[in-house]
Design a protein around this ligand. Structure first.
Ligand SMILES: [Zn+2]
Length: 65
């Protein structure tokens, strides 16, 4: 009947709070993983450090992505 009443129920629900926390922590964790990969990207064949936008290794020609 009342939408206000429904919102109150969600706020008081501990499960809802935990779901919201998972969504936010998951987002920041995903971002951190992407930034880390950019820093340590290197050729899987010869180990040359790459800038991160190369499709092929300039050293040995190995396909990077
Ligand atoms: Zn290479």
């Amino acid at each position: 009947m009342s939408s206000c009443l429904d919102l109150r129920e969600y706020q008081d629900d501990p499960n809802m709070a935990s779901i919201m926390g998972k969504i936010f922590s998951g987002k920041s964790g995903y971002k951190a993983v992407i930034e880390r990969k950019k820093e340590t990207l290197k050729c899987p064949k010869c180990g040359k450090i790459l800038e991160g936008n190369e499709k092929f290794c300039p050293e040995c020609g190995q396909k990077v992505k």
